[in-house]
Design a protein around this ligand. Structure first.
Ligand code: NAG
Ligand code: NAG
Ligand code: ZN
Length: 995
């Protein structure tokens, strides 16, 4: 039962009061029962000494949720021939050692592993662990399912994976299981949007290990390794303020103090009667390191991370030596040494920093790109494994559809005509895929395959949910067929059937128009919509490039194209039937057309080269020069005069700043019809593109197909597409942060330190998660991507995006494999296909175009098919909403939480000042949202749904600017009417009932 259980069948007028009561009610223990005294969290910290240097020793393990081994192999300690690592033994051993000495502390981070372990423990062991947690001896930090990557993840999937991990911790351990600190010790650069999300999830502070080496040097001398990150331009401070600390040694122990079984440092030999007594030496070395470290931090507290990758499998080694270290160093206090060593946790350390009551440097940009040396920019992984990156992104879309339909269809979705299933498998697969060696593309090949397999299996489960739900909502139990390879024109049903239906489910809370493109073998079809009206459609020949990519997996000669219009959070149905004597398919022309155009855009081509030459917005009457072509950088093989760093899965290091052009001209073929116009460009056997304009589209589509990248010349290749325009960019360009707020970038520049640029290309690359743009006073060209990619603006007016990489050398960051992807279908190297959507706007209103466009690519319609005629009683159209949400509001989450409640997240999808029309506050009535769900009660939660909003308190931190945050409480008009301000996400648990 949720907190909303008190309400709510009253008359409309009294509802707000009822909900207000709910919103302020404190959850807790049944009346008359004492709340057990818990001393976890800040209260359980060991005492420190105000007049000494306090050294916080933090025993920890860093357990990658897949990297060199799969997540399951890591859990069991399987395949120790690849890497010696077994998380189950780590947790066994640590719990055992914690029980031996109540002073000892341990933190655990990755809930994906902890959950696996917990399920296998006996009730008495579970009880023991609960006591350790309740006493603060075992503390969870971060607590998401994994430690997500920050450069290549989308906020929607990050919020989901954090929610899943934190929910398990809350439900298992209650308030003592709630992490106070976010902990991203390994991700390779840090996104501002992650900081913003962590702040909204209620964390008091954040620690990480990796930042640019030049930035670190400056921060050390300025004592700015601890700072206040103001992570949003739109959210009112301190909503997105996050205290951020940079760890002293990555996440490793100081040199000479690694006592894991995987390390070789000398143990503390403290029996004076035995050989090699070394206590004096150990104490002397430790004090030297501590005093040195204290010089680069602000307070008389410092932190040392005592652990590393998969350490503590035999925790006795660590703890036995740490016990002694603490005892012998602190014994020196009697002789006047002012150093106090203690077992601690990140939150205990954070509490001391907070007590110091200082002011902290304010930061408003991000920590990209990350370089650990002059020629070692970790900007390759922004693009590494582009096929996995796309599969992860579309899997998120599928999961959101699955979640929504699980709610809208009711219990029959989980147990219906097509079987029993739920969204949990897909949720876990997506959560694991957010790990910083998963979607980042920095894992071994067999591990990448495992992530993809998990997503595929999750989607299998979700297909049952979707089929059950759609069957309930439409009243038709016809079998649903899924075609996941429409992008390469493969769908056995549409290829052979003469009559079938296409069901288009739209997961967005506003209607969408979406181009449907189906492989067919007939030459003429009738397509009619849910009202029985004929829809304009077109049959076009399958291109030679598409036939080449699909290899032997399909045989359609044509594609049927039409524009589908689907209602908000709902579906519509199109019936397709083969016409015996209809018009023939569109013919293709060899000659490049001078232009293609629809009512919104006009695109011209250079008749000599076949390349794009200009783009015009016909509404604003603005034209820019636009040429676009494909190039490749020659990846460094490590044999280079300046550095021996090769390009690899993590690192981008071209051998030269001038990329090779693949072809100066494109062979072309065009199709021009009233429904769509496309120019198919062929650059090389491994590079082709379709420039496509749909009839009602305000965006130009560039569908690129790249691969297999040739390597017979023994040169690693990193392929880019480059748009060169007449826009006067003055070295600036813009990229999104995890798909949300946009950050300004400038060539060879960092906002908070003076950059010495040593890699003119790689050092100017940034992550692009969903969009990038270039602009001047009059024109803005926005490029919306279909997955995370890396890119930069190296020349004025130019924007380049890296599409695919094939490399022949490992980049010596541990993965120990070159990034050289092949598969059984593509033994000669992966072929990758994707889309860029281009929109040309006037800068003040550009967001009105690119925000909805990007959401439409992130949450794309899910198509299902049924063969033959539908039963006449079938419901052909449905919307789960009473009305479309206002343009500024995005429905981010709708998912079943428990039997009778659902989790809802509403998001204001514009930044403040970004749009004249859409950047204002907007109010939504929760009770008037759904068409088929009655909302009985509700409560508001923090972003990660593990704390009631009204119980959320965070440490207050003061920036050096001295200014005090406004702390305005911005009320809602009434309890059911909630107001969203720019970039705000609000999370609700709603008790609902199907009407
Ligand atoms: C923190 O510092 C401020 C300004 O220096 C001071 O007014 C305040 O009393 C201090 N608070 C505590 C708890 O020491
Ligand atoms: C946390 O878990 C407890 C125990 O299961 C539950 O009663 C409470 O509602 C949960 N809190 C939140 C915010 O979900
Ligand atoms: Zn890691």
């Amino acid at each position: 039962m949720t907190r909303g259980s008190l309400s709510c069948n009253m008359a409309a007028g009294s509802l707000p009061v009822a909900l207000l009561v709910l919103l302020s009610r404190v959850s807790g223990f049944p009346l008359g029962q004492e709340e057990p005294k818990l001393t976890c969290g800040y209260e359980s910290c060991h005492a420190t000494k105000p007049n000494m240097l306090n050294v916080h020793l933090v025993p920890h393990t860093h357990d990658d949720v897949g990297w060199l081994k799969t997540v399951d192999q890591y859990y069991y300690g399987d395949r120790n021939d690849i890497q010696h690592a077994g998380v189950q033994y780590i947790l066994d051993s640590v719990v055992d050692q914690l029980l031996k000495n109540p002073d000892r502390r341990f933190i655990y981070v990755e809930t994906a592993f902890f959950y696996r372990w917990w399920k296998q423990q006996s009730p008495s062991m579970q009880q023991t662990v609960k006591e350790l947690v309740n006493e603060g001896r075992l503390e969870f930090v971060n607590g998401g399912w994994c430690m997500s990557d920050e450069a290549t993840t989308h906020y929607s999937a990050v919020i989901d994976q954090m929610t899943m991990g934190l929910r398990f911790l809350n439900e298992t351990f209650g308030p003592c299981g709630r992490p106070r600190v976010a902990w991203h010790i390994d991700p390779f650069g840090h996104a501002r949007e992650h900081a913003s999300m962590f702040a909204q999830m209620g964390y008091d502070g954040f620690f990480f290990g990796r930042l640019d080496y030049q930035d670190r040097t400056r921060r050390q001398s300025a004592r700015e390794q601890e700072l206040l990150w103001r992570a949003s331009d739109s959210l009112e401070p301190p909503m997105a303020d996050l205290f951020t600390g940079i760890l002293p040694n990555g996440y490793n122990p100081p040199e000479g103090f690694c006592w894991d079984q995987s390390c070789d440092d000398p143990p503390i030999r403290d029996d004076p009667d035995l050989e090699d007594y070394n206590v004096d030496d150990v104490v002397r070395r430790f004090l030297a390191i501590a005093n040195h470290q204290a010089k680069v931090y602000k307070t008389n507290h410092i932190i040392m991370t005592m652990g590393s990758d998969f350490q503590y499998e035999n925790a006795n080694l660590w703890y036995k030596n740490l016990d002694k270290l603490i005892r012998y160093v602190n014994a020196q206090q009697a002789d006047g040494v002012g150093v106090n060593v203690l077992y601690s946790t990140p939150s205990c350390y954070l509490q001391e920093l907070h007590r110091a009551n200082l002011t902290w440097a304010l930061k408003t940009d991000d920590f990209f790109p990350y370089a650990d040396a002059a020629h070692d920019y970790w900007t390759g992984y922004f693009t590494s494994r582009p096929a996995l990156k796309r599969y992860e992104r579309i899997s998120n879309s599928n999961l959101q559809t699955c979640n929504q339909l699980e709610v809208l269809g009711g219990p029959v979705s989980r147990n219906g005509p097509f079987g029993k299933a739920d969204s949990q498998t897909m949720k876990e697969a997506m959560a694991v895929a957010q790990h910083h060696d998963a979607v980042s593309g920095t894992e071994k090949q067999h591990v990448a395959n495992d992530y993809a397999r998990r997503l595929a299996s999750g989607w299998q489960h979700c297909q049952v949910v979707v089929s059950n739900s759609l069957s309930a909502l439409s009243g038709s139990s016809a079998e649903r067929i899924y075609c996941d390879r429409l992008n390469i024109s493969v769908c056995p049903l549409t290829e052979s059937s003469e009559k079938f239906s296409v069901h288009v489910y739209n997961p967005l809370a506003r209607p969408v128009t979406w181009p449907v493109r189906l492989p067919v073998n007939g030459s003429s079809y009738d397509v009619s919509d849910a009202e029985g009206r004929s829809v304009d459609c077109q049959v076009v020949p399958v291109s030679a490039q598409t036939a080449a990519v699909r290899r032997s997996r399909g045989f359609a000669v044509n594609e049927l194209v039409f524009q589908a219009q689907a209602p908000p959070l709902g579906f519509t149905t199109y019936s397709v039937s083969l016409l015996r004597d209809g018009p023939p398919p569109a013919s293709t022309q060899r000659r490049v057309p001078a232009a293609i155009q629809n009512q919104f855009l006009r695109v011209t081509f250079d008749p000599d080269t076949g390349l794009l030459s200009s783009l015009t917005n016909l509404e604003t009457k603005r034209t820019i020069k636009l040429t676009q072509n494909f190039y490749w950088y020659n990846a460094s093989d490590g044999h280079n005069s300046e550095s021996d760093q090769p390009s690899g899965a993590y690192i981008f290091r071209p051998n030269s700043s001038t990329p090779f052009i693949i072809s100066k001209t494109a062979k072309t073929e065009s199709v021009q019809t009233p429904v769509l116009q496309e120019v198919r460009q062929w650059f090389a056997p491994w590079v082709s593109q379709v420039v496509r304009l749909h009839r009602d589209s305000r965006a130009l589509e560039l569908e690129w197909t790249v691969g297999p990248l040739p390597i017979s010349d023994d040169l690693g290749k990193e392929v880019i597409t480059r748009l060169d325009t007449s826009i006067k960019t003055s070295e600036y360009f813009y990229t999104d942060s995890n798909g949300r707020e946009v950050l300004q970038r400038k060539k060879d520049f960092r906002p908070t330190w003076k950059l010495r640029q040593s890699e003119p290309i790689a050092g100017n690359y940034y992550p692009i998660n969903s969009r990038a743009f270039i602009k001047d006073d009059v024109d803005q060209l926005t490029v919306v991507t279909d997955r995370s990619q890396g890119g930069g603006s190296i020349q004025n007016g130019s924007l380049e995006i890296m599409l695919h990489r094939r490399l022949l050398h490992d980049d010596v960051r541990g993965v120990a494999e070159p990034l050289n992807e092949t598969s059984s279908v593509f033994p000669d190297g992966l072929v990758v296909r994707g889309r860029l959507l281009l929109s040309l706007d006037r800068p003040p209103s550009a967001a009105d175009a690119h925000r909805p466009l990007a959401q439409q690519v992130v949450l794309q319609p899910t198509l299902t098919f049924t063969d033959g005629d539908l039963h006449p009683d079938t419901r052909l159209e449905f919307s789960g909403l009473q009305a479309a949400l206002p343009p500024a509001v995005h429905l981010l989450t709708l998912t079943q939480w428990d039997e009778d409640s659902v989790l809802l997240r509403l998001e204001h999808q514009f930044q403040s000042g970004e749009s004249k029309r859409n950047s204002g506050p907007v109010t939504v009535n929760l009770q008037k949202l759904f068409s088929t769900l009655e909302v009985l009660g509700g409560s508001e939660l923090n972003l990660s749904a593990n704390q009631w909003k009204d119980e959320m308190t965070r440490f207050h931190w003061t920036p050096q600017t001295g200014e005090e945050p406004l702390l305005k409480t911005l009320g809602d008009p009434s309890a059911w009417e909630v107001t969203l301000r720019p970039m705000e996400i609000r999370t609700f648990l709603l008790r609902v009932r199907l009407r």
